[in-house]
Design a protein around this ligand. Structure first.
Ligand SMILES: [Zn+2]
Length: 115
């Protein structure tokens, strides 16, 4: 399926405004859940920003893929998850209520229990 002219314009605006790290996630970890034209636009924007294939491969490394073929998201932010384990569900960020499974990006990996 291809994007209509209106959809394409909307995606172009979104891609232009997106952070480079966000675009890297779209063209690697989350590409299975996106329209091919939207992935192509994101790749073109990355190329305009000077991000090459090496950066794409490095970004995709270690991402955890879910049963639907899409990468799992970090439980804390929108980045692709690279680790899975147990952590606490916190009430208002101050009171640990119960343990739960967490997916984390490298930035939030410290939230998992240490082995
Ligand atoms: Zn994260």
């Amino acid at each position: 399926m291809t994007l209509s002219a209106t959809e394409r314009l909307k995606v172009e605006r979104d891609v232009t405004a997106a952070a480079t790290e966000d675009l890297l996630g779209r063209v690697t970890a989350y590409r299975a859940g996106m329209e091919p034209d939207a992935v192509a636009l994101a790749r073109e924007e990355l190329a305009r920003r000077g991000v090459g294939e090496d950066a794409l491969l490095e970004h995709a490394g270690g991402t955890i893929i879910g049963p639907d073929g899409c990468a799992l998201k970090c439980s804390v932010c929108h980045r692709p998850a690279v680790r899975r384990g147990w952590g606490w569900h916190w009430l208002w960020g101050v009171l640990p209520l119960f343990p739960r499974r967490l997916n984390t990006c490298p930035r939030h990996a410290a939230r998992l229990w240490q082995r």
